[in-house]
Design a protein around this ligand. Structure first.
Ligand code: ZN
Length: 187
C-alpha cells in the first residue's frame, strides 16, 4: 500500500484533542481521510440484495467507516441477506484495493428503520415499497401504524401477512386501489 495514513490515536496532527472522531455514525465527520471517502463512495454503489433500488448506505446499515474497518449493523438479525451483504462488501473492497479493510458487524444499538436515509425513502416509494414512518418503533408499540399506499397514496390500507416476499417485509393491500404492496417492517 502507498502513503500510510497518519491517523494515530484518533487525533490528527494540528488538531486539538477535542476534535477526536467518535465511533458511530460518521456521515458528517470532519477530517475524513481520502481512503475513508473512497470506501464510503464504494459502499454507496452496493445495492441491498433484497431491494436493489436502494444501496446499503441508503438503508442505514453502514454505521462507521474507517481506513481499516467498515462497521455494519444488519437490518434484522435473522435476515438471510446479511451474509450476502458482507460478501458483497468484501468483494467490492478487494476489487478496489482495500484488502486490508476489515468488516465488523455490531448488533448494538440495533438497526432501526429510522436509519433509512431520506433518499432511501424516496427510492423505496419509487420502487413500490411503502417506507416505514419515522419513529416507527414507538408507534408500532401502540399497534396503530398505517402504511401509505406507495402507488396511490391512500392511507386506507391493511396488513395481509406479517411475512412478505422476504423476512424483512410484510405484505399489505391498499383498499383504495386494491393493489398489494410490500411494506418495510418496523423494528
Ligand atoms: Zn393504493
Amino acid at each position: 500500500m502507498s502513503a500510510r495514513i497518519s491517523w494515530t490515536a484518533g487525533v490528527p496532527a494540528g488538531a486539538s484533542a477535542s476534535t477526536s472522531t467518535p465511533l458511530g455514525d460518521c456521515n458528517t465527520c470532519a477530517g475524513e481521510t481520502p481512503a475513508v471517502q473512497d470506501i464510503r463512495a464504494l459502499l454507496a454503489t452496493i445495492p441491498d440484495p433484497e431491494i436493489p433500488a436502494i444501496s446499503i448506505v441508503d438503508l442505514g446499515i453502514v454505521r462507521a467507516v474507517r481506513d481499516d474497518c467498515v462497521i455494519i449493523t444488519p437490518t434484522y438479525s435473522g435476515c438471510p441477506a446479511t451474509h450476502f451483504i458482507e460478501q458483497s462488501i468484501r468483494n467490492a473492497l478487494d476489487e478496489a484495493g482495500f484488502r486490508h479493510v476489515r468488516i465488523e458487524t455490531t448488533l448494538s444499538p440495533p438497526w432501526t428503520s429510522d436509519w433509512i436515509s431520506d433518499e432511501g425513502h424516496e427510492k423505496l416509494r419509487a420502487y413500490g415499497i411503502a417506507p416505514p414512518p419515522r419513529g416507527a418503533v414507538s408507534a408500532s408499540l401502540r399497534n396503530d401504524t398505517h402504511a401509505q399506499c406507495p402507488r396511490c397514496g391512500s392511507m386506507n390500507t391493511a396488513e395481509i401477512s406479517r411475512f412478505g416476499s422476504t423476512p424483512c417485509k410484510a405484505l399489505w393491500r391498499c383498499n383504495a386501489c386494491a393493489e398489494p404492496f410490500d411494506r418495510f417492517k418496523c423494528h
